[in-house]
Write a protein that binds this ligand. Sequence first.
Ligand code: MG
Length: 385
Amino acid sequence: MTKTVALVVAAGRGTRMSGDVPKQYRMLAGQSVLRRTLSSFASHPKIDRVIPVIHRDDTPDFAAASAGLAVEPPVYGGDTRQASVLNGLEHLARSPAPARVLIHDGARPFVTVKMIDDILEALSDADAVIPVLDVHDTLKRSDAGIVSDTVDRSGLVRAQTPQGFGFPGILEAHRELAGKALTDDAAVAEAHGMTVTTVPGLEENIKITRDEDLERASFWLQASNETRVGSGFDVHRFEPGASVRLGGIDIPHEQGLAGHSDADVALHALTDALLGALGDGDIGSHFPPSDPQWRGADSALFLQHAHNMLVGCGGTLTHADLTIICEAPKIGPHRDAIRTRIADILGISSERISVKATTTEGLGFTGRSEGIAAQATVTISVSTR
Ligand code: MG
């Protein structure tokens, strides 16, 4: 039985924002708001299914926002948020019903792993759990610019999402209260007589509602990213053979390269550059030559491993610059194929990969054609959040 489902409600039209694109599809530091939100749930180990609820007109935008993420096909929303949530819950009721559901605003992209953990933990002995924040500002009632009253703020809190519920209870509540114009799911639960428990919310878990929210969010993301550079260098000597593996492709040559793996000196330099930027050892510490499982290994695996480490900590590879140093084979005719292959291995655009080659004018070990050297520099962007 599916235990926990995240219902991400993104069917709103974003009427408080400028522009034609609904707020949840606006770009925020290179990714749409909704993609950031969906990723948080799709990558959380305790969330079994992610169901987006979208507006029918947004189908193409949704396809782009969800490409490659572990989320299910969308459910179409209704005229109000409450109606959209009910559509999502009814969809869940038609499949094997989950034990619990987290209902979240698609326009809150900064939900954290810890927040989801806290809500799920509190939900183990509660019917309904919501994250809340204290009110620090003094609250006034005002009419046409004139203050009529100061409101006692004691006991007041601000409700956020995700809001967690036992599935049967919230389904029943939403069915009973359909059309009652309640602004969050906890209000639906309260009106149905459920006890709603609170856990601490997070100030940065804002809902992107106005243009200035998007600006603030973009500023936070930029302020919490830092750029790092790593360098790598590797050499493999020639041995008898008929081709060399360089940058992930086989290039015919009168000799081969000696090595424990496929001896791809270019990918080794790149892998070491990535590990260097991450400050996490080198290729030898991650893939010891003494370990028989790496005998003859495709070095693309090493590069992918280092890149997965980067992606796993929320980072991106901005650029990689590779220089291959040898008298022969000639690299020029294979340069584009190498760029394309490296971009494929990393799943990034080949515009972010540079491949260069040089000889050493007959000098030194590469000049004497005793082997091939490669050096690489990578630039990465990692979040310090
Ligand atoms: Mg090597």
